[in-house]
Design a protein around this ligand. Sequence first.
Ligand code: GLC
Length: 771
Amino acid sequence: MRTQMLSKVQSSGEQSGKLVITTAEAEAHIWVYGPAIIRVNITKRPSANDQSFAVIQKPGRRITYIENKQSIEVNTSDLKLIITKSPLRFNFYTPGGQPLSEDDSRFGTTWQGEKVITYRKLFADERFIGLGEKTGNLDRRGSSYVNWNTDASEHGIKTDPLYKTFPFFIGIHSGCTYGLFMDNTHKSYFDFGATTDEQMSWFGADGGNMNYYFFGAQTIAGILQDFTWLTGRMEMPPLWSLGYQQCRWSYMSAKEVLKVAHTFRKKRIPADVMYCDIDYMDHYKIFTWNPETFPDPKAMMDELKAIDFKLVTIVDPGIKVEDGYKQYNEGVANKYFATYPNGENYVAKVWPGRCHFPDFYRADVREWWGKAFSALTEPGVAGFWNDMNEPAAWGQNIPGLVHFGKQSIPEVRNAYGLEMARATYQGTKKLLGNKRPFVLTRAAYPGVQRYSAVWTGDNSANDAHMLLGARLVNSIGLTGVAFTGVDIGGFTGNPTPELMVRWNSLGVYTPMFRNHACIGTIYREPWRWGKKNEAIIKKDIEHRYCLLPYIYSSFYQAHQTGLPVNRTLAIDHTHDDKVYDGNYQTQFLFGDALLIAPAASTERHIKVYLPQGNWYRLSTHEKLKGGKVHKADAPLTDLPVFVKAGAIIPMQDVVQSTAGHGCGMLKLHIWYGKEPNAFTYYEDDGITYNYEKGTYYKRIISFEPVKNRIVLSAVEGNFESRFTQVKLVLHGFNTKLKAINVNGESIKLQEKKHGTSVTVPNNRMEMIIEF
Ligand code: GLC
């Protein structure tokens, strides 16, 4: 097989705002998208069609460059690209000239047949994080990965690929950071120095262009902000979707669904969501109900509604081949399905038996799919779970011959799940009027955060999978997707009661808190584990509900900045080696303030690494110094969770669901620290899109230890908070403090075992609290 490499530049010049360079082999197009974002697209087949499933922005400004005999230099305020001309190579630097990432000078971008690969120099201390849903270490140096969305049922803790493709990674070396997103939906490859004698890293794809966006921000938060500017950020989720979710394959009848929901209320275990897995359908025909077991969906949903439960139903892409079935007949008549090159509809088996697969890449098919959800929304379904959308077919190997219009499956497979989620989201959003739909998807590609939450598919009921799940969620968070979850308890197999309890306690600190299990496994609801364990599970779920004001504000942060809710410590402590240590790499921050140290269900003591700064154990209020390893007790009743000094954590009383208002008191916990801190508190109705028109409630809460004060800014937005009072709870403050001044008026503090407090009316004006 012939190997081609980019040779010397033949011509260069500006065309419609971009720089175009030609060599004998290919053309390179270079755009500036933002001060720290440069795009390079190296192609053998230049085309006017520049479609991307992921990118929603256009280049920011006309490119400017300086050219001499040897090189072309592109400078932005935050990035320098030096392009050498003989041969054509691309090297990125900070504006001050520190190398960020350089082509391997020998090979650069190469082709073997249609396969295109870029080889990069590997820096001695270079680490790599990202790629989303990938097994292995947080630091991906020394590992290689494939992106090919796969129905990875029964995957192990090292399996690759899994369900999703995120060809975006962050490189860290010499105190610098950069990001690289290869926007190419073909099967793709990333090798972080696994097989090159520490010389090179490389990335590429089976076909298409070497089309990448290079990010030069010098913090990971900055890179994520730019990446999510480029590919979009999540909307505010419906508040109910942040409550506890109970799922199972399957609750087999409306009666069973209702019985489980009523049991939550009877036992006063908070919950918001019930699920219907595939068995609610008539022979697995999408958009139908089983007439025997779900005879009156509306009546079921009315009853759920009356006790403040929402229902989520599953939909799969496979449309059963059966004459008389509406979706089948319409799809065939309108040619909405994937075909062989001769135009025959492609058939493969999934749950319903023989199926056709909608061409979600087409706008008219998405529209048709979206409208069909009225069969679910009319009786009252509020959330839509998109499964099997890699797409899955029994036997896995969908032939490369299968086409979606002009595109063959090898070209676009990795974006199928994204496009299905998009169709579902856009359709249900229309049907629900001004209400926010909840969409969940298994397969994904960058940009999915605009439409959907994701979960990590069919994990297993063991400790290794629980810990892997935390790492997967943290890694997916590095790709702009904040709303993530795992099957709590493990999908296949049966958890021990200890594992169930532990996993549930970790689930509290997972963006999506869903308990799910495979058919044939034991029932998983909180009351199936004996009285003692039920009490622990209940207490942990209650704690989740207490944290919801903090969690919702953290989602607002994701919506505004692209920062995930679950954050690997590498985001804030990028250059701290310990964070990548195999012993501590699973730890993460949940929002700004809480550090979670996952412990296996068999462990009762663990070692925890607390990064620089001061910390408190949440449960005991014990003060701990950062920058070192600590031993932590880890009984099943108390997952090791730590609070950063200076933390501002808004909480509420236990409610039975997110529809509950509690006693109207916002509990604002402040944990003393020497450094100033600020938290953006955010609230809205949690249901509609009115927040986009200003109906929200936002205030900045500042903790200013040097000035001995806490300031609540005046409220922005015209939403009335559901809290009429604010209880300020102070932790770790001077024990001699007996009173504080609120807007000049002295108020006595109430003392409790842990923390002192004061309660004031929640008014909208600026509040200055001096201590
Ligand atoms: C797939 C999904 C799983 C679901 C099952 C039945 O295995 O990943 O969550 O329960 O299909 O629909």
